[in-house]
Design a protein around this ligand. Sequence first.
Ligand code: R5P
Length: 284
Amino acid sequence: MIVPGSSSQLLAAALAEETGRPLATPTYDRFPDGETLAAVPDFAGDEATIVAATDSDAAWVELLQLQDAVREAGAERVTTVVPYMGYARQDESFGDGEPVSARAMARAISTGTDRVVLVNPHEPGVADFYDAPAETVDAAGALAEPLPGDLAEPLFLAPDEGAVGIAQTVRDAYGAGETDYFEKHRDRETGAVAVSPSDAPVSGRDVVVVDDIVATGSTMSESVAVLTERGAGRVLAACVHPMLAANAVTKLRGAGVDRIVGSDTIERGCSVVSVAPVLADALE
Ligand code: R5P
């Protein structure tokens, strides 16, 4: 049975359809003191696949409760799909006394599952933090599907070197174009981002900026603004995880983005592609 977290209901339903497995209807309640209570009253069977993006602190608690609820209801085997793993960018201790938050979260999830499947975690190495067997799937190729078929001399650009791999994946899935990347510097105090353009000529070309996540939108909007200033044609933003926190969307619009394309690992208005087919293959 596929068991959705409250923020992954569309993806879980799509995955149920892809796999032919039944879809549970959990309840998500909250007590007056703020504590959450996620339950799966209609759970049946001995196998559960929980699908829950951990895009908020409440979602983490809910996921742990769903794991416990299905065990309580008789599940002997539990698979936990984390379409978007929050805290994955805190994959090391960046300062004195700071935690490795990704490791703490991974350990907590591991206690209630037999298997973990992650979609494009920010650092693939976070899979090693899990005590349960954990694997990662790459869903970036799906981002090519909604791109216009008539991109002019397309350039698939990563806003930093770390995103070059997924930019190449999207280019390969699109079937045409070049790849390149910017150098990025982020001020840790202010969060402000500056990018150093590559030498690639962009004048008149359509550019797809590809990243794993758009969080505050600083990285993407700075990249879009630089490309627009340099005379690029259409500039599109593509990401696996459209977190789009705070004023990310308006920053991107202000920078001149033509279109924002994201997947349903985090369900937003721009989640125009589903990672369900890739997950269904992984779960076979
Ligand atoms: C960083 O290395 C990531 O790939 C993203 O570029 C970054 O997390 C995006 O964050 P923001 O949208 O806040 O600039």
